[in-house]
Design a protein. Structure first.
Length: 264
């Protein structure tokens, strides 16, 4: 893992989970997650295979701690990352400056008011693990289409409606729906002016559910909600290889979906 990504994840986890930085750096040095985001990054690489973002202008909608924004910038794209949490934006911008990734820009803003930000036109947009948090998902997709040039790309990642969930975890994560059927997301994209050119999925055995359940149970035994994140990380080296192996061997829709779509 690149030094700037390790610093970003360690700083975010130290602040949000209140864990020692040395322990986080050790974890991220020995194991290459980035924790639960690894499956989403696998999907991103899959749907974007053979495509280069170098020299293009990209938007990362709901960029979270900013790791994907920095990855795209390191690949030569000029990237704008949008996130509501001002502290996350401040932290990501500082890491980008230290790493010399000056083509990465971060804004603290509401993605549901995307067209009001007057950001101009983009060659591509990433929207990973965001749509399930948005009440009016069609409106957001139409705003994304409005900021994309004709022929521009949208990389969309959402949970599948086939997955098993922990209701308490869904509520804590702020999901307004558990997921999407593939036909449903195709219809939403078509209604917002996109044509799907590629799709992929991961986790056909719903091992993400088992992973989350183990983390919640262990944190419950310790009587500490704060330990859910660390417990999730603890089980990562067990579940990540199993999810990757099952995804390669079993060709059916899994718990995580990704689509590459072109703006018509």
């Amino acid at each position: 893992m690149k030094r700037y990504l390790r610093d970003l994840f360690a700083e975010a986890a130290a602040e949000e989970l209140r864990l020692p930085r040395w322990l986080l750096h050790l974890y991220l040095t020995l194991l290459e997650p980035p924790l639960g985001k690894t499956i989403r990054l696998d999907l991103l690489r899959s749907v974007l295979r053979g495509y280069s973002v170098r020299g293009e202008r990209w938007l990362d909608v709901g960029c979270g701690i900013g790791d994907l924004t920095l990855r795209l910038a390191a690949c030569g794209a000029r990237v704008v990352g949008i996130e509501r949490d001002a502290r996350r934006v401040e932290r990501a911008a500082a890491v980008a400056t230290r790493a010399g990734l000056h083509q990465a820009r971060f804004l603290a803003a509401d993605v549901c008011r995307l067209t009001e930000l007057e950001l101009g036109s983009f060659d591509g947009v990433c929207c990973l693990a965001v749509l399930e948090h948005i009440v009016d998902d069609l409106a957001l997709l139409r705003q994304i289409a409005a900021v994309l040039r004709p022929g521009g790309l949208l990389v969309l990642q959402v949970p599948s409606a086939r997955r098993k969930v922990l209701p308490a975890a869904e509520q804590e994560d702020g999901h307004v729906r558990p997921g999407y059927a593939l036909s449903e997301i195709y219809a939403l994209l078509e209604a917002s002016g996109f044509r799907v050119v590629r799709n992929d999925s991961r986790d056909p055995l719903n091992l993400m559910y088992c992973w989350s359940l183990c983390a919640w149970l262990l944190a419950g035994l310790c009587a500490s909600c704060r330990l859910r994140g660390p417990c999730f990380a603890l089980f990562g080296p067990l579940f990540l290889p199993l999810i990757r192996l099952s995804s390669r061997c079993i060709r059916r829709t899994g718990s995580e979906l990704a689509l590459l779509a072109v703006r018509c």
